[in-house]
Write a protein that binds this ligand. Structure first.
Ligand code: FES
Ligand SMILES: [Fe+2]
Length: 457
């Protein structure tokens, strides 16, 4: 344990109730993930909105790999490995606009589709075997899109995206995330394994311990399940929102107290805890304000079903008045839809109504083989009214403990766990992790799917 060398073959065992903690600390395991997971699976690189015009590009860095996503026509996005086929210089960084690719080292050039348009003094390679047009083109990466996310796959022969993504669309397409736009995007340096960062958003078993302020407003009973390669968890809602968690041991509340709790939750708490600025975050502030006002305007004695209905229609009215989409989710569909999803390997969707939070852990490009270094992307997407989406640049937080004003309060609590979890992973006193077989199924399943990539064939 600790820093000693461990053969990855010794780390394959995963059960619903057991995960070897060395999967998070082994440098060899991290290298194997780079070689057999990140370069073989579909995973998302950016949002379509980040490359809106022809020639707009974004260089997406994950671990030791970098991929350029570029829009090549109104309805086509292509992607290439971010490397020059001459002597291997990285071509681009960040975001920008180009009309052709240009390597600044020896001035080779390519059109937007990656076809070479200039090899300086090409005739001097005459007779050399590996100088076909294909050899000097940019190396292509497969691309697909779903819900406004641009997915890439570096595998030469990837599994079909339509199969990979199942059954996620049938549950989440109702949110129309493709019409949402960024509200904010934080890329936070964290001293933990990328899986520790991701897993912080794969279960709600941690609510009592980490976010106790929420127990006043809702019962935190939930269960978690595998869905294809992916997973989701569902809050049981045996009691209506506004009823405190049974863990607090004080269930007896009047109709009016419950309704007031619910009003506080919808009107203030979500915006304060999961939003920034005006309160836009998991929901739009516009929707929360309307819901809170509607609930507070109800007469004493109004039962919860009526309060829920009033808040729902108040949100819907406010959002639609603003010209934005509000999902009408039938209750029977809502019951199985899932509250928080993890699309394998690193797209966590914690949706509100007219907005969603997105979380993504990835190996730190500045320290790619270090199992203790990751970037955690925290994102808020919102259905804005026409012309109201802000211009959003990614905010890079290298020292989040001194940059807390940039992070919603509840998410600071999640961040407060991940680095100490990683420290614990190294303890010689830790003999494996014991995930909850009901509420943390997403996590054990996540490791089973990782095993399929790392250890099959
Ligand atoms: S390395 Fe790119 S042109 Fe030489
Ligand atoms: Fe959390």
């Amino acid at each position: 344990m600790g820093t000693q060398q461990i053969r990855v073959e010794a780390l394959t065992e995963v059960r619903k109730d057991f995960i070897d903690n060395r999967r998070y600390t082994s440098a060899e395991f991290a290298r194997l993930e780079m070689e057999k997971l990140w370069t073989k699976t579909w995973h998302w690189a950016c949002r379509e909105e980040e490359v809106p015009q022809v020639g707009d590009y974004l260089a997406y860095d994950i671990g030791d790999q970098s991929v350029i996503v570029v829009r090549t026509s109104a309805d086509r996005i292509e992607a290439f490995h971010n490397v020059c086929p001459h002597r291997g210089r990285r071509l681009l960084s960040g975001r920008g606009k180009i009309n052709k690719f240009h390597c600044v080292f020896h001035a080779w050039q390519w059109d937007l589709h990656g076809n070479n348009i200039r090899v300086l003094d090409r005739e001097q390679w005459q007779g050399c075997p590996d100088m076909t047009d294909e050899d000097v083109a940019l190396s292509r990466v497969h691309v697909d899109t779903w819900a406004g996310f641009v997915f890439i796959n570096m595998n030469r022969e990837p599994e079909p995206f339509d199969e990979f993504i199942q059954p996620v669309p049938q549950f989440l397409d109702i949110l129309r995330m493709e019409d949402m736009r960024y509200n904010w995007h934080k890329a936070i340096k964290v001293k933990c394994n990328w899986k520790v960062a991701q897993e912080a958003f794969m279960e709600s078993y941690h609510v009592w311990g980490t976010h106790p302020q929420f127990l006043k407003y809702s019962d935190d009973k939930n269960e978690s399940m595998a869905q294809g390669k992916h997973g989701k968890h569902i809050w049981a809602y045996e009691y209506p929102p506004g009823v405190p968690s049974r863990r607090l041991g004080k269930q007896a509340q009047t109709v009016d107290e419950i309704r007031e709790n619910f009003g506080e939750l919808m009107g203030d708490v979500f915006g304060d805890q999961l939003g920034l600025g005006e309160g836009d975050g998991q929901f739009s502030a516009r929707a929360l304000k309307a819901a809170g006002a509607a609930i507070r305007a109800l007469p004493a004695g109004t039962p919860m079903e009526k309060a829920m209905e009033a808040s729902f229609f108040a949100m819907k009215d406010a959002v639609e008045k603003d010209g934005a989409y509000f999902p009408m989710i039938p209750p029977e569909f809502r019951a199985t839809m899932g509250d928080d999803w993890n699309v394998f390997p690193n797209l966590s969707v914690v949706w509100g109504a007219d907005g969603t939070l997105i979380f993504r852990g990835r190996p730190d490009p500045e320290d790619p083989y270090n199992p203790d270094a990751a970037i955690l992307d925290m994102i808020s997407l919102i259905h804005w009214g026409p012309g109201k989406a802000p211009v959003v640049e990614t905010e890079y937080l290298d020292d989040w403990r001194n940059q807390k004003a940039s992070i919603p309060k509840l998410l600071q609590q999640d961040l407060g766990n991940v680095e100490d979890v990683q420290r614990g992973m190294h303890s010689v006193g830790l003999r494996g992790l014991r995930p909850n077989p009901v509420q943390e199924v997403q996590i054990s399943h996540f490791h089973e799917v990782i095993n399929d990539y790392l250890f099959s064939k």
